[in-house]
Design a protein around this ligand. Structure first.
Ligand SMILES: *Cc1c(COP(=O)(O)O)cnc(C)c1O
Length: 406
């Protein structure tokens, strides 16, 4: 029999990831246990996915219930969980229509293809330009990774999809200079996640909305990471009081079960006619049953207020650690998507701190080389948060002593 260890990864998996040395096997709430039975507090949440923690009893029940009824049909037939979830998303958001996919990248791919189709139909082939932001992240299909603003991810694969350009995030003047009648869509994250946990500046989203309206360009908001309660509203754009034309949502939507969705309006949706786009698994009953339960819990106002309360625990805890060790230049973000920018003397070393955290029993994330990122479950308990922050403080103390000595 093959020994299932971390070493097996290097033997049988493509080398596009470099996973940590520990191998988690079980989770409950915001705790995880590895093969050796060591316990970790989870501040990573599967990268903003496990919004209700691990093995949430209501999600387990939804999955078991649906698992005994119906697993899959394809889109030759529709199904009850998909219709219910679509109706719930429409009722809870700006949207009139929903398209289901299986991931964030797929939802974004659908959004971009819909925007291009809409522009071709209503304005002609010349209205093709997609403008997005530098440092943005929209997924890893070739179209979405090209629209994303991190050339390191899109280069080295030969010719790229065309008519894509980038402007600095939070710079309205740069967008005003670039946008024109040839612009099909502006795509951005209301809170950049992978790019370093950078929130939209006050007034930015409102300004982008206005520029899009002036040029009849569609506003696509990628809320794959910022959506489903992450910032303390169901979707982050609600903080700015503007609506997009197309919104994409994934990650937390399934609470750990793969699903993505594209939301849009009655003005745009007709361009996605029968046969224009599709997905074998999109709208899968198991995924939609779980996501329906996730949404029903997270959309409650008391739950969303709880996210904002938890943001306070994390900000206070991180500021307290920083007051003692001066490791961070800034703590920023919104709700439970927070980033701690490394102090200048520790530039480029966030990953080392992540590793030190794992050694001390707390899992975090990075967002680029300079930012330690936190995306815990939105229902993390005060006890779990406090214990995780204590472990992080011990990790910081041990690591910073070594780092400063080096
Ligand atoms: C994670 C992420 C994606 C990609 O989602 P996948 O499910 O990995 O395809 C797209 N956009 C944003 C903002 C993300 O954070």
């Amino acid at each position: 029999m093959t020994a299932i260890t971390r070493d097996l990864f290097d033997e049988v998996m493509c080398p596009n990831y470099n996973p940590a040395a520990v191998l988690p096997v079980r989770g409950e709430g915001s705790r995880l246990w590895d093969q050796q039975g060591r316990e970790y507090i989870d501040f990573a949440g599967g990268i903003a996915v496990n919004a209700l923690g691990h093995a949430h009893p209501e999600l387990v029940a939804a999955l078991e219930e649906q698992g005994r009824k119906l697993w899959h049909l394809s889109n030759v037939y529709t199904n009850e969980p998909a219709l219910q979830l679509a109706a719930d998303l429409v009722a809870a958001s700006f949207a009139d229509k929903v398209y289901f996919a299986n991931s964030g990248a797929e939802a974004n791919e659908a959004a971009l293809k819909l925007a291009r189709r809409w522009a071709v139909e209503h304005h002609g082939e010349d209205k093709a330009e997609i403008i997005s932001c530098e440092k943005s992240f929209h997924g890893r299909t070739f179209f979405t990774v090209t629209v994303g603003g991190q050339p390191a991810y899109s280069e080295g694969f030969g010719p790229k999809p065309g008519a894509v350009s980038h402007v600095p995030f939070n710079d309205l003047d740069a967008l005003a200079a670039k946008i024109s009648s040839r612009t099909c869509a502006v795509m951005l994250e209301p809170l950049q996640g992978e790019g370093g946990v950078k929130p939209a500046a006050p007034g930015y989203l409102e300004g982008v909305r206005k520029l899009c309206d002036e040029h009849d360009a569609l506003l696509i908001l990628d809320e794959v990471q910022s959506g489903v309660g992450r910032t303390g509203k169901l979707y982050a754009h609600e903080h700015a009081g503007i609506d997009p034309d197309i919104l994409t949502t994934a990650k937390a939507l399934g609470g750990g079960f793969p699903i993505g969705a594209m939301l849009t309006t009655d003005r745009i949706a007709p361009s996605l006619k029968v046969g224009t786009h599709g997905s074998t698994y999109g709208g899968n009953p198991l995924a939609c049953a779980v996501a329906g339960r996730v949404l029903s819990i997270i959309k409650q106002p008391e739950f969303l207020a709880g996210v904002r309360e938890r943001e306070g625990w994390f900000r206070e805890g991180l500021e307290a650690i920083n007051a003692r060790y001066e490791v961070f230049a800034e703590i920023r973000g919104q709700g439970l998507l927070l980033g701690a920018q490394m102090a200048p003397r520790l530039a480029g070393r966030a990953r080392e701190l992540l590793n030190a955290g794992v050694e001390h029993g707390v899992m975090t994330l990075v967002a680029g080389p300079d930012v330690l990122r936190f995306a815990p479950a939105l229902n993390i308990s005060q006890d779990e948060a406090r214990q995780g922050l204590e472990r992080l403080e011990r990790a910081v103390a041990a690591w910073v002593a070594a780092a400063d000595a080096a």
